[in-house]
Ligand binder design. Sequence first.
Ligand code: AMP
Length: 283
Amino acid sequence: MKILHTLKELREELNQARKANHKIGLVPTMGNLHEGHLRLVDRARESNSFTVATIFVNPLQFGENEDFDSYPRTLEKDSSLLAARNCDVLFAPNIFEVYPGGLKAESTVHVPDITKHHCGASREKHFDGVATIVTKLFNMVQPDQAIFGEKDFQQLMVIRKLTNDLCFPIEIVGVPTCREPSGLALSSRNGYLNEEEHLRASKLFAVLQQTKKALESNEDIVVARQQAISSLTENGFKLDYLNIASVDTLLPAKDADKEIVILAAVFLGATRLIDNIRVSLTD
Ligand code: AMP
């Protein structure tokens, strides 16, 4: 696996790959890789002959009081993990490579509507940061396919919309959330949890599963949501949000909706965890 840090090196490498008729898969990450990220690489390799993973902790998607400075940077370990999964290129640019105009002077990408609720409501400008970095990576790599995790469900929807709206000829692939045996979704931020919090964190997915069951048993959406909020609070989570939404619009689910997603963000101590579960209701 080649480890590249500049756009010039990346473009040279990709020109070669395109000349050799490779199909290029892109896996964007912020590093501190775990099995969830590596599954995205596996998925990229299934349908592409050349896989590029990127590691860049994107300042634009962090709020002022968030963990940009303390976000774990583990490039050496990450590159070994990627090499072991037969990734072809790791692109790990520095900030000047990605934001040549400086953060304040940069053009940004805003995806409307679908960014209004959930994480978009509690993390102002977060999705502008995500949409901007993903657009830049799409332009830098020009992949045939780009792979993202369903763990960040709203992010995946934002990326699908921007790909469509901006006419990128890129297929977006979503990969199911990789979990610990306890049900806890793997996350780079799980490392912030102490032992007791880590044990308790698995309750988040348990509550999502209970709520899914309640909806499948025709529980009223408002009541199911209220029960989920109570269970999370009883389990010691501080709630950012728990919302039951239509999969297509991410707006609050209505009784007639059949494809639903339950989305949650909670705090355990200072650590913010997100998760979601899909529900398909039949008549
Ligand atoms: P991040 O490094 O957190 O920005 O994540 C990079 C990519 O990995 C995103 O597409 C995430 O949705 C995906 N991802 C993170 N955690 C998981 C997980 N547990 N299972 C599947 N994909 C994940």
